[in-house]
Design a protein around this ligand. Structure first.
Ligand SMILES: *Cc1c(COP(=O)(O)O)cnc(C)c1O
Length: 470
């Protein structure tokens, strides 16, 4: 068969439309999507023919109406399957920004769902029957828990930093230590956020040392605030000096200047008793007199994505009145789940038990080992591959506690000659994708971040890929 004959034998769109199968696909996916997918499929075949010099008979078979329609259907099916989906996190990083950070506590989840599915009192005062204020309840909770005079919530911590600087320091200088010029990842760089808020960055000190006198030397009539940024994802160790919050506050207040602190994660109780490095809690920062504090809702707090701002009433009310507040306000689902998460913090034991992020951080390694053993028992591996349970090190992640690791356990699969990369690719293509680690060419499934309820599904996934690969 000749190339031009083959090109001519490509069926016309009408030939496809006459088939019963096409009708079915159109009913499911609309005519437009069907035609779009069909013409892209035909283009592919046409290009394949044009690129070839022989073997046209093989391509001829691909041109059968039903063959083409099968491909179209498969393509549309997989398009349908795109979009955000649940994954199993076997990477051992508890607050993984790319995997959605914190998993919500059950009560927070249920509340978000019920509020999203019904009308609610979001901005309605049930007492007076008039318009209410969106942030009343959350303000009360945050004041109670942190000891701050007032509080408000925006879309995330980056937004919190932005609106705080814009409100109190637009077109003014903000003094920041060089050792605290943090880049969080994604595209959050403190200096750039400051710039876009209209504040002018005034750097002081050196990378490893800054003294109170450095801050004071930088104060002038253009100064709007002093800023502290938590070095969430790195530590400066060795020959260092930084200024305590309390000292900074005292000095700033003598000049009638506020101190702002971006705490990053923001913890409501000291986690050092669970083996993490000591970090000041939000309450301690409030007590030290910091005027405005910001932190994330979905890092160690364990709630939904949100930027929490707490501090002195005079500043918070100004922030609430800023026009940008409307652009950064949070949705009812966020508010509902954040309120429920915060309620758990009235009782720390309850918080640790019910907030998944805290639960994983405080969980003993022996419990993780039990999950690893349970998983291992369900894996059916061919003889030539080696399965082992190894000690592993899990991490907090999300740009928090960069130097702390938790003792954990992992199932390690040594695939021998087979490619670990390919195995991990296959795992990611499953209906519920599995995210594992590759270490020394071996597949590592850290059980720290795998809940008991995921074990059957994870075992199924591993078994499926094992049989496909071997
Ligand atoms: C994580 C982090 C941010 C950004 O918070 P998002 O909630 O991701 O917007 C800002 N500052 C610090 C110090 C952080 O650790």
């Amino acid at each position: 068969m000749q190339k031009k004959d083959l090109l001519r034998s490509i069926p016309a769109i009408n030939d496809f439309l006459k088939s019963e199968k096409a009708e079915k696909i159109i009913n499911k996916y609309t005519r437009n999507r069907f035609l779009e997918s069909l013409s892209s499929e035909l283009d592919k075949i046409r290009n394949k023919i044009l690129a070839k010099e022989s073997g046209f008979d093989l391509i001829k078979e691909e041109l059968a109406i039903n063959q083409v329609l099968n491909k179209v259907e498969k393509e549309l099916n997989s398009e349908e399957d795109q979009g955000i989906k649940k994954v199993i996190n076997a990477g051992g990083i508890i607050v993984h920004t790319n995997l959605g950070r914190s998993v919500l506590a059950e009560n927070a989840l249920e509340k978000a769902i019920s509020i999203a599915g019904e009308y609610s009192s979001l901005e309605f005062d049930l007492e007076t029957g008039k318009r209410g204020y969106r942030y009343n309840r959350i303000k009360k909770l945050l004041k109670d828990l942190t000891g701050a005079e007032s509080a408000v919530v925006v879309n995330n911590n980056a937004a919190a930093v932005m609106i705080v600087l814009k409100t109190v320091a637009e077109a003014k200088e903000v003094i920041l230590a060089r050792g605290e010029m943090v880049e969080i990842g994604g595209s959050f760089r403190v200096p750039e956020v400051m710039e876009s808020s209209g504040a002018i960055l005034k750097e002081v000190g050196s990378t490893n040392k800054v003294y109170l006198k450095d801050y004071l030397a930088a104060v002038n009539e253009k100064t709007g605030a002093l800023l502290k940024v938590h070095t969430s994802n790195y530590r400066i160790q060795g020959f260092t000096h930084f200024v305590e919050a309390k000292e900074m506050v005292e000095a700033a207040h003598k000049h009638n200047l506020p101190v702002i602190e971006d705490l990053g994660s923001g913890i409501l109780f000291d986690l050092s008793q669970y083996g993490l490095a000591y970090e000041p809690t939000v309450q301690e920062a409030v007590k030290a007199g910091i005027d405005i504090l910001t932190f994330s809702g979905d890092k160690l707090l364990g709630g939904p994505q949100a930027g929490i701002i707490v501090g002195k009433e005079e500043y918070i009310s100004e922030i609430e009145a800023h026009p940008l507040m409307r652009a950064l306000r949070v949705d009812k689902m966020t508010l509902a789940s954040l309120e429920e998460t915060l309620k758990l913090y009235y009782n720390f034991e309850e918080a640790i038990e019910k907030i998944p992020t805290l639960n994983l951080i405080t969980e003993k390694a022996e419990k993780v080992k039990l999950r690893a053993e349970k998983l291992l028992a369900q894996i059916k591996a061919p003889k030539n591959i080696e399965l082992k349970i190894n000690k592993s090190e899990a991490k907090v992640g999300g740009g928090a506690y960069p130097l702390s690791t938790f003792a954990s356990y992992a199932l390690v699969i040594d695939l021998g000659e087979k490619s670990a990369e390919n195995f991990s690719y296959q795992l990611r293509q499953l209906k519920t994708p599995v995210i594992a680690r590759i270490q020394n060419e071996k597949l590592v499934f850290d059980l720290k971040t795998v809940a008991e309820r995921h074990l059957p599904e994870l075992a199924c996934a591993i078994n499926k890929v094992l049989t496909e690969v071997f």
